[in-house]
Design a protein around this ligand. Structure first.
Ligand code: MOS
Length: 757
């Protein structure tokens, strides 16, 4: 429990009690779902009880590439309680699979990727090859042991570094050039480095789970762990060629997701297909080992950066090349080189990105997708350059501050990085940092400070919110989104409370059901901006309605100019006169007001501004001079995410990013055995994530200034920038302490030169 509870509990108030260093902001409301979560009343996908439920478990491939020759099902079929065994031999083909509709291929959106139990081809180690369904989980598990599968193995390739040597295996995924980077040949100071990041996995507490319930042939209800109830609804309707309205997706709570529940994985179609075939509900929950490669991961990557500057420290050129792994059956690409094009002012920039298809399952978005990897390389390189120039790394960044976005040439909607620098330096005690590495000691330890930045696009999509106000002043807001943990409901309630000057206790936010008005998929740090805008708009509309009702139905408000009417605290006010909502409703013969409002998305082009969130992380480390053990002593993490809506939950997001950054920098690495293609550490004993003793005193600071452009609420995004840049900040601190630049994550004592004799 000690390890895997961490990431999801970061978002819960329990965490605040566990870590007494971390106290809630004053005057900030509690998490709306706090009681449900800490009492265990919150129901996660797998916890729903459905009558007559059957249980499906996957049997997964023990080879990495090849074909299935035969499956001997005899003993398993005869095993007690077994209802069916689905494999490529008998798995019904859905209409969507057959026509490729399910992938939404026409609009280029891939949803299901590999079709589950569809053919006898093995594409990666651990691919589901059969689903054993029984009337209890224990019986399904027991029977799953009894399948005998014969394979015809083929040669495979899982070794990223080995395969990468052959340039012909790489698929180009975009080049970018501005100016002329040959100026780097004559740069006053130049650094060049290669960076490697291994496969990292999301490791949420909640396992991926689906319960599929059919009514008749064409009515489907699915309890699923998903970041996007509406997008899953659409994908399922295409898969079974039934109307959207016939599919209901319910996701009341999500126990951490971080990108791995942005799409549906094998458990979803498998449960739905089995339930349809058996005419009874089927539940499929992935096991912890299966979570390591059946729900995506951050792809292994290689990057090369060349960065040059003039004697004054002005960047003269940046070249950033990257290669990341993908599956052979599906491409996954992310913005790994993007930040190098716009985070700093530089006239000459060249980037390239290539994919390396291997015999692995497909990677996916994982917190800070692209930039988390890219900023490790970029921000490490800038740090390295600062030592060459004998310049403070913050000073160097300030010298190259981008006044506008140099790629799009658009002005920033807001960019308060400079304030982050100031505050970060002050709070971490930057003045104690030595300009020369390996020079300072404290308590017998090598001591160092490092910093690095993060950036991620802030965008705003389409959303719809319904508001229902009843006579006692209770307001319910509804939208078909899920909350993977950041506290979406809490934040939306705060937006409404502030807009309407309504007490927080009177407002409820209902989410997690695809039947609600369509809401966005939760991902890419966009929910607060997107959904919050719709909440804002519906509240504006609600105020308008209340004022109109007052003018029409209240004697005392007759003929008043509606602009002089104020709505607050569950009442309408006109100068000294006021009326509670229940009076207003009874006079106008109403029991409720219901309003649904759409908010359209918008793009940087439409806004004529570049919209991004920024973070700057400051780290102090100790490194043991003999064992080279790294102890992070303190982290100060600062962010410009526009206006902070809900301080407690925003702070928890940032703390989660710090914990994850420590994992990324010092611990996390999925290991493959390239002889067999097997994962060596698909468990929390072997795949290390931070534990409590790894987490230092952490201070979170927000600029907290509203962005005037992106939306009417002023909030940008937060989730991604909490992590992006942290691994570099830690690596830079380790360099400052030891003089050793580690470009291959994770940074370990061995890589720092410790030899276990
Ligand atoms: Mo995410 S990678 O924004 O779910």
């Amino acid at each position: 429990m000690g390890t895997n509870i961490r990431r999801s509990s970061l978002n819960s108030p329990l965490y605040l009690f566990i870590m007494n260093k971390v106290l809630p902001f004053e005057n900030d409301g509690p998490r709306a779902d706090a009681i449900e979560k800490v009492t265990g009343r919150a129901k996660y996908a797998a916890e729903h009880r459905v009558e007559n439920m059957a249980y499906g478990v996957f049997v997964c491939s023990t080879i990495t590439k090849g074909t299935i020759l035969s499956i001997d099902e005899g003993p398993a079929r005869a095993s007690e309680g077994v209802l069916d065994i689905l494999s490529f031999k008998n798995c019904p083909v859905t209409p969507g699979y057959e026509s490729l509709l399910a992938d939404g291929s026409k609009n280029g959106k891939q949803w299901w990727g590999l079709k589950v139990l569809y053919d006898n081809v093995i594409r990666f180690y651990g691919q589901p090859v059969a689903l054993v369904v029984a009337d209890s989980l224990e019986k399904a598990n027991a029977a799953a042991q009894l399948l005998t599968i014969q394979y015809q193995p083929e040669a495979f390739e899982t070794d990223f570094h080995l395969a990468k040597k052959d340039q012909t295996k790489l698929k180009s995924s975009g080049n970018y050039t501005r100016g002329n980077t040959t100026v780097l040949d004559t740069a006053f100071a130049k650094v060049e480095g290669e960076f490697n990041i291994p496969v990292e996995v999301h490791s949420p507490l909640e396992l991926q789970a689906t319960i599929a319930v059919w009514e008749g042939e064409d009515q489907l209800t699915v309890y699923d762990k998903t970041q996007g109830p509406k997008s899953l609804q659409g994908a399922l309707s295409r898969l079974f060629a039934i109307p959207d309205k016939n599919v209901r997706v319910i996701v009341n709570y999500v126990g951490g997701a971080f990108g791995n529940a942005l799409r549906g994985w094998h458990n979803v179609p498998a449960a739905c297909i089995a339930a349809k075939k058996l005419k009874r509900p089927v539940k499929v929950v992935l096991t912890r080992p299966q979570m390591f490669n059946l729900t995506g991961y951050r792809p292994q990557s290689w990057q090369q950066i060349t960065l040059g500057a003039s004697a004054e420290g002005i960047f003269t050129g940046i070249i950033h090349h990257a290669v990341s792994m993908t599956a052979r059956y599906e491409d996954f690409r992310e913005g790994i080189v993007n930040a190098s094009r716009f985070l700093y002012a530089c006239e000459n920039v060249q980037t390239s990105y290539k994919l390396l298809p291997l015999d692995v399952s497909v990677p996916t978005w994982m917190r800070g997708p692209g930039e988390a990897s890219g900023c490790f390389a970029l921000e490490s390189s800038i740090d390295e350059l600062s030592y060459l120039l004998k310049m403070d790394p913050v000073e160097l960044r300030l010298k190259n501050f981008a006044e506008i976005n140099p790629e799009s040439k658009l002005p920033w909607s807001s960019n308060y990085l400079k304030e982050c620098y100031e505050k970060g330096k002050e709070l971490i005690g930057w003045k104690n940092r030595s300009l020369r590495p390996g020079e300072k000691k404290e308590e017998g330890m090598l001591m160092g400070y490092g910093m690095a930045n993060g950036v991620f696009g802030a965008s705003r999509g389409q959303a719809s919110v319904r508001a229902i106000l009843i006579a006692d002043g209770s307001l319910t807001l509804e939208s078909a989104v899920s909350d993977m943990g950041p506290g979406t409901g809490t934040a939306m309630i705060k937006i409404a409370a502030e807009n309407l000057k309504w007490p927080i206790e009177k407002i409820k936010f209902v989410l997690g059901d695809s039947q609600l008005p369509p809401g966005p998929t939760q991902g890419g740090s966009t929910t607060t901006s997107t959904l919050g805008t719709a909440v804002h708009l519906v509240c504006e509309e609600l105020k308008k309605s209340l004022k109109e009702l007052a003018v029409t139905h209240l004697e005392e408000f007759k003929n008043a100019d509606s602009t002089s009417i104020e709505v607050k605290n569950g009442a309408v006010f006109l100068n000294e006169k006021s009326a509670l909502i229940n009076i207003l409703f009874s006079r106008s013969n109403k029991t409720a007001i219901e309003i649904t409002k759409d908010s359209q998305g918008t793009s940087a082009q439409e806004l004529k501004h570049a919209t991004h969130s920024f973070s700057s992380h400051f780290v102090k480390v100790h490194v043991h001079p003999k064992t080279m053990e790294i102890k992070i002593k303190e982290v100060v993490t600062t962010a410009d995410a526009g206006k902070i809506i809900s301080e407690n939950t925003a702070r928890s997001q940032m703390l989660g990013g710090v914990v994850w950054g420590i994992g990324m920098a010092l611990k996390e690495e999925l290991l493959l055995d390239h002889k067999t293609g097997q994962i060596l550490n698909a468990n929390f004993a072997g795949y290390r994530v931070p534990i409590h003793t790894d987490i230092p005193k952490t201070t979170v600071w927000f600029v907290n200034k509203p962005d005037p452009i992106i939306n009417p609420i002023g909030a940008k995004g937060l989730g991604e920038i909490a992590l992006i840049g942290l691994a570099a900040a830690i690596s830079n601190a380790v360099y400052n302490a030891t003089g050793k630049r580690i470009r291959d994550l994770p940074i370990t004592p061995e890589k720092l030169g410790y030899k276990n004799k």
